[in-house]
Design a protein around this ligand. Structure first.
Ligand SMILES: NC(=O)c1ccc[n+]([C@@H]2O[C@H](COP(=O)([O-])OP(=O)(O)OC[C@H]3O[C@@H](n4cnc5c(N)ncnc54)[C@H](OP(=O)(O)O)[C@@H]3O)[C@@H](O)[C@H]2O)c1
Length: 247
């Protein structure tokens, strides 16, 4: 069975993906920032197949150090760059610091992990084994959204970086793809629905399937991309968005 790394597994899409992958007998190494009850229970109930490290991934030096440690100890078949932060500001309130913070987590950290993974891949002897990297991008980027320019820029950079890495490293039998969710019912859903009800109703009206996505619907797509069922897909983005970007 495959062993892989996932970031940002404490809540939302990351947590759902870990639960799904453990159910399907994958071995998971998770890198996430905060402890919580649900995560503790999952760790406790899956001691054999689930190892968790607490880390703030926006600290790029620490992220590289931990990645090197993991790659020296485990043979890794896939990497899921899921951790990400939101950043909603009108343009006149943006600052270099805001851009730096959002890029550290959403772009520099997944790129650093990916680079370390590629160094590891180059050392793997069995080059026939198919490996996979999946990064979480967004419908924000290919589509413009008011007050989300810093987030859009970070996800756009990540998507375009991953597309080029897919071409550069295809020779090592590693497939590199992105999953771009639309509006998904994760940690911000309830407060968004309550506090920004007008905007929430506008999103419902814009989504062709007329509902927000479930974290499990994103997790299923991630699992497809790390599995050999997607063996001829690389350098691509799969939108899991109820039809938003095609509208
Ligand atoms: N939900 C959506 O509608 C949506 C739409 C498009 C794209 N996405 C993308 O999908 C991914 C997952 O989103 P989500 O909604 O599931 O997010 P979420 O509910 O906010 O959960 C994010 C997880 O990542 C962790 N994390 C964030 N920054 C971190 C850091 N610097 N170091 C370590 N861990 C960190 C969080 O830890 P803490 O608990 O410590 O915060 C949390 O466990 C993100 O990349 C997001 O941009 C989401």
């Amino acid at each position: 069975m495959k062993t892989g790394i996932i970031t940002g597994s404490g809540r939302g899409i990351g947590f759902s993906t870990v639960k799904l992958l453990l159910k399907k007998n994958y071995k998971i190494i998770s890198l996430t920032r905060s402890e919580n009850g649900n995560l503790n229970t999952l760790i406790h109930n899956n001691k054999k197949n689930f190892k968790n490290f607490y880390i703030d991934l926006s600290n790029i030096n620490e992220t590289r150090k931990l990645a090197k440690h993991i790659f020296s100890k485990y043979k890794i078949d896939f990497l899921i760059n899921n951790a990400g932060i939101r950043s909603r500001y009108p343009a006149e309130k943006l600052s270099d610091k805001i851009y730096k913070d959002v890029f550290d987590t959403n772009f520099f950290s997944p790129m650093a992990l990916t680079e370390e993974y590629i160094k590891h891949i180059k050392k793997i002897k069995n080059k026939k084994k198919m490996l996979s990297i999946v990064s979480l991008t967004s419908i924000v980027g290919p589509r413009g959204f008011s007050e989300l320019s810093s987030y859009a820029a970070s996800k756009g950079a990540l998507e375009y970086g991953m597309r080029s890495l897919a071409i550069e490293y295809a020779k090592y039998n590693v497939r590199i793809n992105c999953v771009a969710p639309g509006f998904t019912k994760t940690s911000y859903f309830s407060s968004f629905k309550k506090k920004k009800n007008k905007l929430y109703n506008w999103t419902l009206n814009q989504i062709p399937l007329k509902r927000w996505g479930e974290p499990l619907e994103i997790a299923n797509t991630i699992e497809f991309l790390i599995s050999d069922k997607s063996s001829y897909i690389t350098g691509n983005v799969i939108y899991v968005d109820g039809g938003w970007v095609s509208k």
